[in-house]
Design a binder for this molecule. Structure first.
Ligand code: URA
Length: 202
């Protein structure tokens, strides 16, 4: 299968499973990045910027994530970035249990097809959703677990949400360390993904 058709298969083009979200969204925000990425980041749900631009993590949280990726020797284009829920919950509220459940199959399908070395959950909501238990993200940040999403087994690294570093600067070092660990665990820490290493070409 070509990279393009695989990528199209990873996209949800129409969904009305959550009528309230379908009515309020501007668009469905699908995951971005290579369809064969070794490293997949899973966030909670699109916010206002993501809903308007159609891409996960493009607001301030996205800048924090991009900066930490760069410090770890990676470019955003080297990794896949997606969310538990693909439609923006209004007023930046957390996704509800039924919304997470309605969208879970899409994430399971995405992870099964991409088959990454490592999944990094950004924040409490995705960590709890994929580990199916309560998670204290500040204490479990940087810890590695096995998880099952649908029929797929994944290695999962719990990580603080990038926005946590904006509210509490003391969390920035811990966040950056975990992103660096993620790059190592996914086998990308030597720049083999072609991110920063390719900057030398310019
Ligand atoms: N926060 C998330 O969890 N996901 C996004 O896409 C943006 C911010």
């Amino acid at each position: 299968m070509s990279e393009q058709s695989l990528d199209a298969d990873l996209c949800v083009t129409d969904c009305e499973r959550c009528p309230a979200l379908a009515a309020s969204r501007s668009r469905i925000v699908n995951g971005v990045g290579p369809a064969d990425a070794d490293l997949v980041f899973v966030g909670e749900a699109p916010g206002a910027n993501e809903d308007s631009e159609g891409e996960p993590f493009v607001g301030r949280s996205g800048t924090v994530l991009d900066d930490a990726l760069r410090d770890a020797g990676l470019a955003r284009a080297d990794v896949r970035i997606t969310n538990c829920v693909r439609c923006r919950p209004p007023d930046n509220r957390d996704p509800k249990a039924d919304e997470l459940a309605n969208c879970r199959g899409y994430l399971a399908e995405e992870l099964a097809r991409v088959d990454p070395e490592l999944v990094v959950t950004l924040g409490k909501v995705p960590s709890q959703h994929l580990l199916d238990r309560s998670v204290a993200v500040t204490t479990e940040n940087g810890e590695l677990f096995d998880a099952r999403v649908g029929d797929t087994s994944v290695r999962l690294l719990v990580c603080l949400h990038p926005a946590a570093t904006l509210y509490d600067r003391s969390q920035a070092d811990a966040f950056e360390e975990t992103i660096g660990r993620a790059a190592e665990l996914a086998g990308l820490a030597d720049g083999s993904a072609g991110g920063q290493s390719s900057l030398g070409d310019y």
